[in-house]
Design a protein around this ligand. Structure first.
Ligand SMILES: [Zn+2]
Length: 328
């Protein structure tokens, strides 16, 4: 399988189901999906590529064409939250930092690609790490600066350049938004990590029970913003092709996508359904949905949690014996 960037001419000559990563013909899996968050009017299909063992969204849009789907109120740029859910979010972020520390005990600095509102960077900074990152949204960069005092780089994942190498590069719910995830992973290997460094990736999991049960109402699809829909095997292979060693897949158990299922489902059930859907996102039902979602997520995790974390290590070169090493 080749991992090359498509030219416009190549893109024009492809059939609509051709995989943008390996150019194999894919199979239409989900048809005519509206934007679940009702942000854009774009309608998308999801196609599965057997070669890459993952899905992709069509049509394949440029960054400019997709920009209407990323308003400043997009969830990842918002720090507003129900106070109780905010406590839960802070707990999860602190636990995430502990997990990364455990994977790479010697890590001193971390770079995040797609920082959103900067909440993970802030949690990592509180842990004592030197942190940096890149974010295409001006609103996201400003929110991050207000929260952390850190000025992050401006740019899309496909365009920015690393200014130095880091112990950890994190991509949390950003890789599925990127035009060429294979090239980004190769760039992290080559320019972003010191030998022995850790790549830390968090994405929705396509081979999960959540997709099987919720189908087109699964929030993990989040089309048109999610360009790719990674399975655990597909993403593991992508990391290994880039040279990462000891690649491991971990369950990431969160209630968010389960809590969003019922409002999405009811919205399609006529006028009464729309009213129920609107009620379900008010504070108390939302809190109860998160509690219920947490219970269901833990019970059904053995069938494939709705989200996953992948970690991998950049091999240590013989000449670089002073580097600290990821323990994964
Ligand atoms: Zn493919």
């Amino acid at each position: 399988m080749t991992t090359t960037t498509m030219t416009n001419a190549q893109a024009a000559s492809m059939t609509s189901f051709d995989c943008p990563l390996c150019q194999c013909s894919g199979e239409l899996l989900l048809k005519e999906l509206a934007d679940g968050q009702r942000i854009s009017s774009l309608v998308s299909d999801v196609v599965y590529c057997r070669g890459c063992e993952m899905g992709f969204t069509i049509p394949i849009l440029s960054e400019a064409e997709l920009s209407e789907a990323y308003p400043s109120e997009y969830t990842c740029y918002s720090t507003k939250e129900n106070p109780l859910l905010l406590v839960a979010k802070k707990y999860r972020l602190a636990r995430e930092c502990t997990f990364v520390s455990h994977c790479h005990p010697g890590a001193k600095d971390l770079f995040e690609i797609g920082v959103g509102a900067g909440e993970f960077l802030q949690a990592a900074k509180e842990k004592g790490w030197h942190v940096a990152g890149v974010e295409p949204s001006e609103h996201g960069r400003n929110t991050t600066q207000g929260l952390t005092g850190i000025t992050v780089q401006s740019g899309y994942a496909s365009q920015f350049e690393f200014k130095q190498k880091y112990d950890v590069v994190a991509i949390r719910h950003a890789l599925e938004h990127v035009l060429a995830p294979d090239l980004l992973i190769e760039k992290i290997m080559k320019d972003g990590l010191r030998p022995g460094g850790l790549i830390y990736i968090k994405v929705p999991r396509f081979d999960s029970w959540e997709l099987n049960i919720m189908g087109k109402f699964w929030h993990g699809l989040d089309v048109p913003r999610h360009r790719y829909h990674f399975s655990s095997t597909g993403l593991k292979k992508m990391l290994e092709r880039a040279g990462f060693s000891n690649v491991q897949v971990h369950d990431d158990i969160v209630p968010n996508d389960i809590a969003r299922f019922l409002p999405y489902w009811f919205r399609e059930k006529g006028r009464l359904g729309i009213k129920i859907s609107a009620w379900l996102v008010t504070p108390l039902p939302r809190l109860l949905a998160y509690a219920f979602g947490t219970l269901v997520a833990y019970c059904l995790a053995p069938l494939g949690a709705g989200r996953m974390v992948l970690t991998g290590a950049k091999p240590i070169e013989r000449s670089d014996s002073s580097s600290s090493r990821a323990r994964i």
